[in-house]
Design a protein around this ligand. Structure first.
Ligand SMILES: [Zn+2]
Length: 333
């Protein structure tokens, strides 16, 4: 049974929606949480998010049909942006994008050795800059999956690229030393299948590293339905620390490390949330980029402590459970 919003959700007649049970516990028992718009690119529509009464997972339900979601990832979608000329700010923009890949590499290299023999798969690789970065720095063997095709970017041909849905790919079992999912799981229409697929293609001693926005974070409390982590309708679910850990564990992984931060800059959420609150949906990057960097400069003293502030992100490092199936009792965590 689902209690829905009092406000009608107005959507173009051609949008198709489908009901979905909770990704985490499978229940069909929800309460209305919020109605959101496509704040990032400004497309039409009102999208409902519910909260599971059994486990608390927040998710998009009824969700927009998978056949229609692709149109919400157009060329303006931030992760898929190609090289752009931002005028005098171009070096600053490229520095920020490069820093993001550097921060991912820094985080990953604490838990996984990176060298010329390391086979890395990035699920939801977009234009592949993270893979190219670790290939250049550590000569890793790099593979990527993304449902978006024609991701033309300099160097992209160096990536063994699998177009389409991750769990439909033909990939050799236990091939990878490291699988990364940077802001992939919260977009996934079948996160359980994807996590199980990761378990299948990950080596016994391999690591799976997943970053998603954190629902029970400061910026969600601040922005509510305008929280950039809602990112309607692309985000199928919003994970709290609890539901994120449950999702990973129930799909055959044990958690090696939980971090209340990620490689993604929390400042982006502070900026975008403020922008959506003030100006409504649809962010004009050309106009926003200058205030973006000014704001970042002003907030630098706070952002230095981002790892301790639970601002917006979370990351889990995990291993396959069957890794340690040798009669050792489970360590309490
Ligand atoms: Zn549930």
């Amino acid at each position: 049974m689902s209690k829905s919003t009092d406000k009608p959700l107005t959507n173009p007649a051609h949008y198709k929606f489908e009901k979905v049970n909770c990704y985490n516990c499978g229940a069909d028992d929800t309460s209305f949480l919020l109605a959101a718009e496509d704040d990032l690119t400004g497309k039409e529509g009102n999208f409902q998010y519910v909260s599971c009464n059994k486990c608390g997972l927040a998710y998009h339900n009824p969700r927009i049909h998978i056949d229609q979601i692709k149109s919400f990832y157009d060329s303006e979608y931030i992760a898929h942006r190609k090289k752009t000329n931002w005028g005098v700010l171009t070096p600053l923009y490229e520095w920020a994008m490069n820093k993001h890949d550097h921060d991912k590499e820094k985080l990953v290299s604490k838990y996984a050795g990176l060298n010329s023999k390391t086979e890395v798969l990035d699920v939801g690789c977009a234009v592949g800059t993270f893979l190219l970065y670790i290939h250049q720095k550590h000569q890793c063997q790099i593979s990527g999956v993304d449902f978006k095709e024609n991701l033309d970017y300099p160097g992209f041909e160096k990536i063994e690229f699998y177009p389409g849905l991750f769990y439909e790919q033909e990939i050799q079992k236990e091939r990878y030393d490291l699988i990364t999912m940077w802001h992939f799981l919260e977009h996934d229409y079948d996160p359980n299948k994807s996590l199980q697929m990761a378990g299948k293609v990950l080596k016994k001693e391999g690591k799976l590293i997943i970053e998603v926005p954190r629902f029970d974070s400061f910026t969600y409390k601040l922005f509510g339905s305008k929280w950039p982590g809602v990112q309607a309708p692309q985000h199928t679910a919003m994970y709290s620390k609890k539901t994120f850990m449950q999702m990973v564990e129930k799909n055959g992984f044990k958690i090696v490390k939980y971090m209340p931060y990620g490689a993604f800059p929390p400042y982006f959420y502070i900026f975008a949330g403020t922008y959506f609150k003030l100006f409504g949906k649809g962010i004009n990057l050309n106009r926003a980029i200058f205030p973006y960097f000014v704001g970042q400069l002003i907030l630098t003293p706070i952002l230095l402590f981002q790892k301790y502030l639970n601002l917006s992100m979370q990351t889990i490092v995990c291993e396959k459970v069957d890794n340690n199936q040798t009669s050792q009792p489970k360590q309490p965590s």
